[in-house]
Design a protein around this ligand. Structure first.
Ligand code: PMP
Length: 401
């Protein structure tokens, strides 16, 4: 019996009369009861706005909200909670770096270096900046097995490069990129490095200082926490060198019609009322994760991954998109003669949730010359029985198509 499974109430439900097999974790992960309870308890007992009023509820809400920030900081190895900017997700965190950090430093002819395996969230914000400034987006290639061509990436770093932005783990290929090595190179060249950690943290522990990057972004809903929560980490000096992007309440120290004095980070980047309950839920998710044995999670996920790959190979006619040795339990593939969305709809009838399509990575699909994949993405609450059920259901779909 998987010991984590009972912690996630939704896994008990049925879908189309069948027990749910949830293999869409890279899209969004399920929430443990402790997270649901934390959100519920906040609304039932403590609901108030943060950092504004002097009444008890507001003080309680503020303390809970700031406690979540502290938990996030220590979970990812930040030097202090003030290095944690709370955002609505990875997308907002990356856009914040684009506007507050890079834009004032970017001139016509400068370059932003990304990789061919990025999610649109780590492509489009840079394209918008390039369009506004005349800078150029440069893309490091990947090999056919879905690993990054790291030598090519290093060769593409030039005196014009003003930022390197790389995903830690690909949401399509499952590839884990060698961030510490990339960071060594970017630091030696004095180029800042942004890492999109959205797909990494649900699978392994990350220490942002040990990695040596300059910005680390992630999203709470893939980390078993509520939607609308995300994090940007950067060293305090870096954050303090950045101007605000979004203006409004709470990000200021003083306002007059002539001049506004901005608050220090992280408040400078947190205008308006935040997703208070969501971040309290993220704090609870991190407290839950901190109590788990990540070595055991790694062993289980890698065993499920091996079983899944073997099962799919056994079906025949499967093309894997991404076969890196260093990878998480995310598997994208195509089935000969079958459209991914048709298969996903048939799987849904069998109670199985997977994602089909382009996974917000159109350029990566183009790189592999395909229109869509099926993607099974597994979390630590999945089981060998579910993997076997998934492979059997795929065999049936195959027969029907
Ligand atoms: N980067 C990667 C690698 C992702 O997988 C995702 C979510 N699919 C994002 C960024 C964007 O996350 P969000 O939509 O939560 O901002």
């Amino acid at each position: 019996m998987n010991s984590w499974r009972p912690d996630f109430p939704i896994l008990k439900r049925t879908v189309n009369g069948k027990p749910l097999i949830y293999f869409d974790n890279a899209n969004t992960a399920q929430k443990p009861q402790v997270v649901i309870d934390a959100v519920d308890q906040f609304y039932c007992q403590h609901n108030a706005n943060v950092a504004r009023a002097v009444h008890l509820l507001s003080e309680e809400a503020t303390a809970m909200y700031e406690r979540a920030r502290e938990r996030i900081a220590s979970w990812i190895g930040a030097a202090a909670p003030r290095e944690i900017v709370l955002t609505s997700g990875t997308t907002m965190a990356i856009n914040l770096v684009a506007h507050s950090f890079l834009r004032p430093r970017l001139r016509e002819g400068d370059e932003i270096l990304i990789t061919a395996m990025e999610h649109h969230a780590n492509i489009v914000p840079w394209q918008l900046l390039c369009a506004a400034t005349g800078a150029k987006l440069v893309v490091a290639p990947i090999f056919d097995d879905g690993t990054l061509d790291i030598d090519a990436l290093e060769d593409l770093i030039s005196p014009r490069t003003k930022l390197v932005a790389v995903t830690h783990v690909s949401n399509v290929l499952g590839t884990i990129n060698p961030i510490a090595r990339i960071a060594q190179e970017t630091r030696a060249r004095g180029v800042p490095l942004l890492v999109d950690g959205s797909q990494a943290l649900p699978h392994f522990k990350v220490d942002v200082q040990a990695l040596g990057c300059d910005f680390y972004c992630f999203t709470g809903h893939k980390l078993f926490a509520p939607t609308g929560t995300g994090v940007l980490w950067a060293r305090y000096e870096t954050l303090d060198s950045m101007s605000p992007w979004i203006g409004g309440g709470e990000m200021i120290d003083a306002v007059s019609f002539e001049r506004t004095i901005y608050a220090p980070p992280p408040r400078r980047f947190e205008a308006g009322t935040p997703n208070i309950a969501g971040f309290i839920g993220l704090g609870a998710a991190i407290e839950y994760l901190a109590a788990q044995d990540f070595q055991a999670i790694h062993t289980l996920e890698q065993a499920l991954l091996a079983q899944l790959l073997e099962g799919l190979r056994g079906l025949g006619g499967v093309r894997f998109i991404g076969q890196s040795k260093e990878r998480v339990s995310v598997v994208s593939f195509t089935l000969d003669g079958a459209h991914a969305t048709d298969v996903a709809m048939l799987l849904d009838l069998a109670g199985i949730a997977v994602r089909s399509g382009q996974h917000c990575a159109h350029p990566l699909m183009q790189r592999f010359g395909i229109h869509a994949t099926l993607r099974a993405s597994l979390a630590f609450y999945n089981t060998p029985e579910e993997v076997a059920g998934f492979v059997a259901a795929l065999a049936q779909c195959r027969a029907m198509l």
